[in-house]
Design a protein around this ligand. Structure first.
Ligand code: SAH
Length: 384
């Protein structure tokens, strides 16, 4: 059984964008699975298919050569092989082993935390292959345990249940991960996403280059940037709205022998407003908010929210101060992100120099054909 798509769907696939939406699927099987895709003009590729999902077709090969399951597992194998050298170099580090579409294994995320794997399956076509996927992972990467963290809300759009279950041996509650000169504890079972945000790893390490008196890590989670900043700054405040995350920030500080991190439970918007009101100043501020734009419709509102926190941070910084600011929403494109920052600088009446434009780590690969894979923008700015 094949999937047939409209000329519009075919045009997307011919441009090597892997998704076809429900409205562009003319005909297909009744149940989820791996199938060839075609248009009236011929074969377009092999895809994960789920008739229930809005993103009905997710292509993982743009030819129809090979058996679909073998091709998909081969893509997985290649993704794992691309990370092997890094793991050999730092076996107790944190890496993304599979970045879904970016690795041509759509809807599959696999993170590695010091020898423990955390898997997220986001397609009903992939779910029945869990044991085959596990076999390939096990053969390629030495893992002490593997956990399926299938509790992401988007699974309900696929008609999949939300559940967390071990796939390989006993999974510990948490594990210590090394990141350059610091270490942090990852809560595998209950932490946000798969337990941590590895996409910012190289950006966190990059900020170790900066020194000064006071730094602010806003949207800190479990003290992520703060731990690195605490090595070069006298005082670091870690701000987050999650008390649970901040409790772990303090534990992480202790694990690194750091006594200069102060956790602060607050809504970042209110916190920054209050700091401005009381005339506070900082040498460095990190802003790493959650995705404010979850869909195209949110972009305008999200733009205003990003601008508000960046504007306030620019006002709080001393001259010569550094703003390290991120957006992980792919709906806010890179040009829009920098436009937002430029407007914030203008409204703050500050001259702001771009020190460095950065992005997500190398283990979260970007496909030029798939703008959605380039989601993380990270700017290091200097207040002149
Ligand atoms: N910087 C972190 C990741 C941050 S994820 C790292 O490198 O690991 C976003 C964080 O923002 C989460 O920890 C979440 O609890 C927090 N958060 C979400 N909304 C918030 C708000 N309005 N104010 C403060 N923190 C918020």
């Amino acid at each position: 059984m094949k999937i047939r798509v409209t000329p519009r769907g075919a045009a997307r696939l011919l441009a090597h964008h892997p998704w076809v939406y429900k409205s562009d699927v003319l005909e297909g099987p009744n149940s989820p699975g791996l199938y060839p895709v075609q248009s009236t003009k011929g074969v377009l590729g092999l895809a994960l298919y789920n008739p229930v999902s809005e993103i009905t077709v997710r292509v993982f090969s743009f030819t129809d050569a090979g058996r679909p399951q073998e091709v998909l597992l081969e893509n997985l194998r290649k993704a794992l092989q691309r990370r092997k050298a890094a793991i050999a170099q730092e076996p107790v580090g944190g890496y993304r082993l599979v970045h879904a579409e970016g690795d041509l294994v759509p809807a599959l995320v696999l993170d590695y935390y010091a020898g423990h794997g955390v898997l997220q399956v986001g397609s009903a076509a992939l779910e029945p292959l869990t044991s085959e996927l596990t076999e390939v992972i096990r053969a390629e990467i030495p893992l002490q345990s593997l956990l399926a963290r299938n509790d992401q809300k988007s699974r309900s759009l696929e008609g999949l249940p939300l559940q967390i279950k071990p796939l390989l041996s006993q999974v510990p509650d948490s594990v210590m991960v090394r990141e350059a000169s610091i270490q942090y504890r990852v809560d595998l079972q209950e932490g946000q996403k798969t337990g941590a945000f590895i996409d910012q790893r190289d950006n966190r390490i990059r900020l170790q280059a900066f020194k000064g008196k006071t730094a602010l890590d806003v949207f800190s989670y479990h003290g992520s940037f703060a731990l690195h900043l605490a090595q070069g700054f006298e005082q670091v405040m870690a701000v987050d709205s999650s008390a649970v995350a901040l409790r772990r920030a303090l534990e992480n500080a202790q694990a690194n022998g750091l006594t200069n991190i102060t956790p602060k439970e607050a809504n970042a918007f209110e916190f920054l407003r209050e700091e401005e009101k009381r005339g506070a100043h900082y040498d460095l501020i990190v802003l790493d908010p959650p995705a404010f734009a979850k869909g195209k419709r949110d972009v305008e509102r999200a733009y205003a929210a990003y601008k508000e926190i960046n504007l306030r941070a620019m006002k709080l910084l001393l001259s010569g101060g550094i703003l390290a600011t991120a957006s992980c929403s792919h709906h806010l494109s890179e040009p829009l992100f920098y436009q937002m920052l430029a407007e914030a600088a203008a409204d703050a009446h500050r001259t702001v120099r771009v020190v460095e434009k950065r992005s997500q780590g190398w283990d979260h690969p970007v496909l030029l054909n798939v703008p959605e894979t380039h989601y993380l923008k990270f700017a290091i700015l200097e207040i002149v």
